[in-house]
Design a protein around this ligand. Sequence first.
Ligand code: ADP
Ligand code: ZN
Length: 536
Amino acid sequence: PRMPKHPHATTPAEILRTIFGYASFQGRQEEIITHVADGGDAVVLMPTGGGKSLCYQIPALLRPGLGVVVSPLIALMQDQVGGLTQMGVAAACLNSALTPSAARSVIEDMLAGRLDLLYVAPERAVRPDFLRLLGQVELALFAIDEAHCVSQWGHDFRPEYRELAVLGRAFPGVPRIALTATADEPTRRDILAGLDLHGAALYCASFDRPNLRYIVKPKDHPFRQLMEFIRREHPGEAGIVYCLSRRKVEETAARLAKEGLRALPYHAGLPSSERERNMDAFMREEGLIMVATVAFGMGVDKPNVRFVAHLDPPRSLEAYHQETGRAGRDGLPADAWMVYGLQDIVAMRAMLRGEEAQVSGSQDHDGLAHKRLEARKLDALLGYCETTACRRTVLLGYFDENFQGPCNSCDCCLEPPETFEGTVVAQKALSNVFRTGQRFGAGHLTDVLLGRASPRVLELGHDRLSTFGIGTELDRDGWMSVHRQLAASGYLSADPDSYGGLRLTPKSWDVLKNGRSVSFRRDAKRSARRATRAGG
Ligand code: ADP
Ligand code: ZN
């Protein structure tokens, strides 16, 4: 038994005020804190920036003994511990970055009851020698941060997380709280099962980020579109630009810099010294743009990021929600902006198909289920990109949240897209795919439909096809958009072996033969082009 840590602060609200300096709880923080402080287990699903840390920090201070926090990233731990120490909370971390003597001194403090919170990496948390140490002290609680790392379905899977269930078995009376910003159903199930938290109270906060505006544009000249967006909406402000490949990250950062913007690259292939330097600059400087792969992510906590731009689509809506969630953590207006096009759909579907072929060869049922899930996630992402309804409704719907649009803060609500009945248009596009032999991309297909006698069209003899020149009702952009939308909704598929060539699917025949009705969104013309036209 030891002295109460903060003898004068006895309620959650008091600790919030006196130690953390906040006036009131946000969201369901108070409920969660009370539940855990009373000894209950909890699973907390809350978006990035929602305030998860206080949900275990305050109960750890209210309860006697040591609060043990399992966290997967050393940098994250150090930030947290630094912040807590400044507020006068006795916090420390044990990780591989400590010298042996520093580690010994942390363990001494812990055994002497001088610590309120101890942050450890998952691999350490399950080590027998560490469990023996824990057996010698009074424990306030276990907090398992980034709990989605337990799920094999996710991209942050950490095998050590599977072993964390041992904490519950070894210390049955100590409350456990698992926290994550990933909230889809399969991950949720994995957290309950993998951490053995079936009896825990589930707190699912709203995933809505009211201060974010969502914008998705058809990709035509992505870099130019990005420049326009930054110049018009966010001159001199801090932002993150996500790209898929390391090369594109470096190219984009260099091009932005050439345009006179302060931009730095970040990806896992850079020397760690450069990565750290760039990260530091981003955190410290005003108005710096970080161009990054998804390696730049977990734990980025800069409050005044004014925009997150995707030059390539994220891998799922969860990833999108997390990545865009890094904007506007200060609660002020911020933008989640993305450009996306047919090539992205083709690339993503081809990648998925490639993986599918691999697993089906190996008769791996888990693997197959995984791929089916990935395919559903991709469909959900494409559905979001193509929607003509409120984007917030679609995004939150993915997290099982019923949001009644319009939100008046997404491009679909602000400038409702026109739609048109396009069954005949679809039939023309699909029969053109068929007539040309199901191996061409949207550019060539559009040439044929428009009756453009390009050298390639002539060389292939496609000017003699019945579909040559039948597409006068739409312009080039219109047909490109139609092909994209057909691919997004599964009326066309991309053959991984034909370099982006589009093929028919069983669904296509439903349109061709049965006249199944199809409608399309009419993409807005880019503002620059409109301006040029207006200018003559
Ligand atoms: P998460 O871990 O969910 O991403 P954090 O715990 O890092 O979120 O909190 C995000 C930010 O919100 C932090 O800067 C934190 O200090 C702040 N915050 C958390 N709770 C409150 C509150 N009740 N009032 C004001 N600010 C808060
Ligand atoms: Zn909306």
